[in-house]
Design a protein around this ligand. Sequence first.
Ligand code: NAD
Length: 429
Amino acid sequence: MHNEVKSTSASDGSASPFNPYKMAVQQFDIAAEKLGLSEDMREILRRPKRELTVHFPVRLDNGRIRTFTGYRVQHNVNRGPAKGGIRYGPDVTLDEVKALAMWMAWKCAVVGIPFGGAKGGVICDPKDMTPAELERLTRRYATEIAIIIGPHSDIPAPDVNTNPQVMAWIMDTYSMHEGFSIPAVVTGKPLSIGGSEGRNEATATGVLFVTRQAAKRIGMPLRGARVSIQGYGNAGSIAARLFHNEGCKIVAVSDSRGAIYNENGLDLAEVSRHKQETGSVVGFIHAQAIRVQDVVEVPCDILIPAALEGIITAASAERIQARIIAEAANGPTTPEADRILYKRGVMIIPDILANAGGVTVSYFEWVQDLQSFFWGVEEITQRLEMIMNRSFAAVAEKADQFHCDMRLAANMLAISRVAEATQIRGIYP
Ligand code: NAD
């Protein structure tokens, strides 16, 4: 299913493979054009600053050695150290990591936190690996990329198929090499080693905060709104719980194995128990099984893509019934789909804004680690809400000013901030 999503480009009807980096550059070019950015600046911002590819051996439990390939890409670091997650998956590519690094640069700028963009990835199938193998893979990958990561240079975090335990292994590996604990080298760590209150829920909490604002903007009450969610991991499953607590009805959810739908609303506690027991939402009896791609098209008011890139294509854009799309995932909507959805009056809260709660609380975690002084969850949530609401308002104002969709507005705001920092620092030497 994952391959299906990535290997076709139904968006333009062609058979060429979906390429997230091409899409990121396309989005950048649209915003750069609208901003009237100079050719020189476009030349700088269109490309990552660094791309590191590593091939490294890992001993498997059966005694055999396997070589894995991993990446770490840094986009623009003129506003601060590079920041971005690490993804594990069989379909990870350098172009995907480059796209995600570029989006991270814009994301940090749109919410006004002092980081540049980064992303990492390892080609592996964590579902087929034991915890011990994953630990050895993580520690060796961390060692390989240690030449460019660090608390003042590049700070990783969790992403698809990585979690607080993986972050703990990276923090420990890096600290072992330095000879003392350096918690600020990664965020999304467990609380016991310098993690932050609220980090685990931060992405989904941020999605909820901006969706509240979007619903207000189009005059749609959240109470009773039907929500469909693609992806049931960190972002998706927690969003499901938070939106349910807000009075919404979660009608559909999916994971990499399949999707389920119940027009009367899913019992989330039961769905989560089923997923815990069986490893998937598939087979949950109090719901109808649907195809994974149908999750974006079921009757609903709010659609939350929370899995991978490129799943909302031109074809599905015509059939989407939601009034708001809150992009918890990075890069779920192709530019062709963007155009169609804008014309159809569907409001997209773009990824770089919608899911910025994660990196915002990562920023809080980094600040707390650097000063060894920790805040309570209320303070974290309050600060997060303030930043998300302020950023939503700034993007909405831009959209009104330029009569454009929220993605273009967010990209314009973010890119102009990165361009300003790049301009003001000047070109070295
Ligand atoms: P995760 O690994 O916790 O969950 C990913 C979910 O997507 C899983 O349920 C998986 O089964 C599902 N999935 C994978 N392939 C799929 C497919 N082809 N079709 C349907 N479902 C599929 O990852 P996550 O951290 O929740 O990340 C999800 C998205 O949110 C990613 O785009 C990530 O970049 C983005 N994001 C995450 C964070 C964060 O803090 N974790 C922050 C910002 C953005």
